[in-house]
Write a new protein. Sequence first.
Length: 250
Amino acid sequence: MQEPLPSDAETMDQATAGSLTAPVMDVVIGPKTYAMVAASKPRSPVARVKPQASPQRPTMEQPTTPGELRLFDSHFHLDRLSSKLWVHWTEIDNIVNQVTNVLPQTVGTLVGGVLVFCDQRTWFKIPEDCESRWAIAVGIHPKNIPETRDRDIQELKMLLQRPNVSALGEVGLDYSVAPSLWQAQRERLSEVLKLAIPEKVLVLHLRGESRDHLCSKPSEHCLDMVRKCCAPEQKIHLHCFAGSTSIMRA
């Protein structure tokens, strides 16, 4: 199931505690990168030549100039972008160079990020090994719950045991779908949250229905489940969230 482009609220990621197992950078940018690239013209399937870097923009392999901002993308859907750009998912630097060419030249240099795999059908694309600047998050997007089976939960449990997987996510509640699907989301989320451990960040996706602009319902429901299923010291990254600061601090 292809998720629609992230909303404006989703582009303002907020980390409530800790950081993913990756270098600490000066600036964090979220899935707005995905929206900008997805809106660009896709490459032809036969156009597999690595793009030349602009003279004004260093590539991932080039060092950052003194004083230039270093950017860390906290939520990067490698699997979705590779399909959109017609680039093989193993060509991470190729994909990143195309992304950075879309960004304003005054932003800085992208030096790392979190590769998020939350669609079961693309879990096979999860790298067995990648450079240390890339952290990996694995989860089940709440919109994928209708096709989620018990075997997916078991496979997710095994994937989380990989040493190069740093986070569980994205997972959560998305009430922008029909209310008849909400209960199934909550039931599956309770199962998934039991897989969380403090050593791996929990990436939460919390989106309310159209009239719930502050995501109050999914936030309250998820908070209750996190308190029941997760350790008090669990680190959490609020990826898709437009709620109050009181919920963030709860």
